[in-house]
Structure formats: structure tokens, C-alpha cells
Design a protein around this ligand. Structure first.
Ligand SMILES: N[C@@H](CCC(=O)N[C@@H](CS)C(=O)NCC(=O)O)C(=O)O
Length: 214
């Protein structure tokens, strides 16, 4: 039996982040699918989001909390900087991702461009067009943050990098923002480094329509 159970969906950015935390820490995990929005889902997460983590009789939701728990509960490489300032910078980026970047990059571009058409809906060009100036600005903020260090909170990757990475992966694959990501040279180089890590290949979502192999 796997040590950690994650309830989630492989293409979800937050699910992928939680899986990356497990892979990077060296903790075995299994990903269980969940029927989104059902009463059973709400019983696991009061706001019906994914992922949800189960470790023995301990259940936890919210990806940053899951990351901290995994890092602090198991032996393995540190996923958070020891230095208080660097750790605070890590938290700052995690909050920025959740409060600002995710809404603009995922809800404003990735979902309308990639997911809506898969659901038979129009891509919502107006939403994408309105989001792109904000995305460009947010990429410049990330680019400045990565200008002086290899990773968001220093010279080693931390919980923040694996939280932001799946979002940039989708964004970079859109025709709208791909050039902007590549033009943010520090972001592009950081993303290349993140993609080279084994946790990237180990958590790759299956192509649309194909079931996840566990
Ligand atoms: N704050 C949550 C956000 C989780 C989240 O928004 N997950 C998305 C999938 S990537 C989700 O559950 N979406 C379903 C919905 O919003 O109804 C976390 O850190 O885990």
C-alpha cells in the first residue's frame, strides 16, 4: 500500500504539484480519481477542490499545506529553504501564485484556450485578450524574481517552484502566451531546468482521452 494517497486528477496543476512534492521527497504515493463536486468530494474537501491528501488517518487539503506536511514529515531532500528569509520568499511566491497568477494564467488563458474547446465550448477570445496584458506583466514579475537566482527562493528548488511550474507548462504551450514565456528569458531557463527534473516526467498527465497509468 502506498504511503500517501492523493485524491485528484492528473491534468490539474495543483494535483501535479502535490505529486511532484511526493516524487521529489521520495515518498511513494497513489493517485485516486474523484468525482468532482459530489457529496463524497465535499466530505473530503469543504470547498470541493483537488488535491486532497490522506496519510494513514490524517487527511489534509490545500496544496501548500500538503507540501509542507510532506517535507516536514518524511526523510529525504529538503523541499524548503532553511534560511528564514529564503523560506519567507518561497511563501511569498506561493501566495502570489494562488492569489494572482493562477487566476490570470489558468482561468484567463489556459482554460479558455485549451480546456473549453476540449469540452466543445468556444475558446472565449475576449477573455484571453483581456488576460494577456496581465499575463505579460506577471511574467515580467516572475522574470525579475528569477533574474538573480536559479529558483524562486534561491539556488535550490522549493515548494514554490513546483507550485508555479505546472501553470507555466500549460501557459507556455498556448499559442497566446508561449512567445511571452520564451521572451521572459529567466522564466524560460528556469522552466527548462524544472522540466529536466525526474518529477516532471513522473507526473506528466496522459494525453487527453487516455487514462492515467498508475
Ligand atoms: N487552494 C487550493 C486550490 C485547488 C484548486 O483550485 N484546484 C483546482 C484544480 S487545479 C480545482 O479543484 N478546481 C475545481 C473547481 O474549482 O471547481 C489548493 O491550494 O489546493
Amino acid at each position: 500500500m502506498a504511503t500517501i494517497t492523493l485524491y485528484g486528477w492528473p491534468p490539474s496543476t495543483y494535483t501535479r504539484t502535490a505529486r511532484m512534492y511526493c516524487v521529489e521527497k521520495g515518498v511513494d504515493h497513489v493517485l485516486e480519481p474523484i468525482d468532482m463536486g459530489t457529496d463524497a468530494h465535499k466530505a473530503l474537501h469543504p470547498f470541493s477542490k483537488i488535491p486532497i491528501m490522506q496519510h494513514g488517518d490524517f487527511r489534509l487539503c490545500e496544496t501548500p499545506a500538503i507540501g509542507r506536511y510532506i517535507d516536514e514529515s518524511f526523510e529525504g531532500p529538503a523541499l524548503q529553504p532553511a534560511d528564514p528569509k529564503a523560506r519567507a520568499v518561497m511563501t511569498q511566491w506561493m501566495t502570489m501564485l494562488e492569489d494572482y497568477l493562477y487566476g490570470t494564467m489558468v482561468r484567463g488563458v489556459v482554460l479558455p484556450r485549451i480546456v473549453y474547446p476540449m469540452q466543445g465550448k468556444d475558446p472565449d477570445e475576449a477573455l484571453i485578450a483581456a488576460s494577456m496584458p496581465k499575463v505579460t506583466y506577471q511574467l515580467s514579475v516572475l522574470n525579475d524574481g528569477l533574474a538573480g537566482s536559479a529558483y524562486l527562493a534561491g539556488e535550490a528548488p522549493s515548494l514554490a517552484d513546483w507550485l508555479v511550474e505546472p501553470v507555466i507548462t500549460y501557459l507556455r504551450n498556448t499559442p497566446d502566451a508561449g512567445a511571452a514565456v520564451n521572451g521572459a528569458v529567466h522564466v524560460a531557463a528556469w522552466h527548462d531546468r524544472m522540466m529536466a527534473r525526474p518529477s516532471f516526467a513522473a507526473t506528466m498527465p496522459p494525453p487527453p482521452g487516455q487514462k492515467a497509468a498508475e
